[in-house]
Design a binder for this molecule. Sequence first.
Ligand SMILES: Nc1ncnc2c1ncn2[C@@H]1O[C@H](COP(=O)(O)OP(=O)(O)OP(=O)(O)O)[C@@H](O)[C@H]1O
Ligand SMILES: [Mg+2]
Length: 298
Amino acid sequence: MDRLHTKQLDIAYEERTIVEDLNITIPSGKITALVGANGSGKSTILKTMARIMKPKKGGVFLDGQSIHRQSTKEVAKQLAILPQNPTAPEGLTVSELVSYGRFPHQKGFGLLSKEDKDIVRWAVDVTGMVEFAERPVDQLSGGQRQRAWISMALAQMTDLLFLDEPTTFLDMAHQLEVLNLLRKLNEQEKRTIVMVVHDLNHATQYAHHMVAIKQGKVICEGSPDHVMTQDMLRQVFGIEADILPDPRTGVPLCFPFGLAGGHAAQSVVSSLQERSGRKLAAGEASREGALASSAAGR
Ligand SMILES: Nc1ncnc2c1ncn2[C@@H]1O[C@H](COP(=O)(O)OP(=O)(O)OP(=O)(O)O)[C@@H](O)[C@H]1O
Ligand SMILES: [Mg+2]
């Protein structure tokens, strides 16, 4: 059964309504990617689903209960969130930050149990932060800091894990490490993960479910095959792109080539298909596409 859904959710910043009548269900035990242009409302939706923001109308329901009627601690035992731009108090070390993740589980006076300490060590280790454990968070690079925050969210040991742009600031290897870790947590521990990502190819490669947002509304949702279409890319992002299957897994990957509505170059795949008078197979299309794009100097 799906544990989390929103019902007729309106969200506003003071008088400005950003999201209206939002009804989404987060599939349990799956990875969901929220995608959309800058300012479309992704962070606002994620924060409201994680109880950081209060809705103007409607609600967010976890196991049938409104999360806004529950205490922070109750919700934090079930759901952890990595916000988009978190800030740590000056001088706080990585291991201190990560141990904050154990707060919802602590009884008494905030002393860490042996189990808490083991979990903190595990969370610091899986994000590759052992060597930085005693360094102040505000003296780390952007990517190191991002991984420290991911560690903290992991240390909360919740079934639901929300991450707002977890791969921003990370180099390519660390992006893959974080995404692979999320996949492992999902596959081995059946954790439900919701992440905001800008790299649409990461979304289709790692998520089972995608939700495309524009101006606070869901434009389409479903499997990556269903969501990653030229129409969606035009409507949601205003771009023209070729979509080709990943030669390894078959999931759709997009290769943008222009802005929608402008004098966009014609899709390489369709022009190649027109020229050859036949539909190209996936492997051929990706090879030809790669050749054409390198020739175009992309
Ligand atoms: N604290 C705030 N007060 C007022 N308006 C805000 C606030 N935070 C965000 N907004 C506005 O709400 C809208 C949605 O912002 P949000 O941060 O949810 O977008 P986003 O999809 O996460 O964008 P990005 O991809 O740039 O992170 C934007 O128009 C933004 O300007
Ligand atoms: Mg955002």
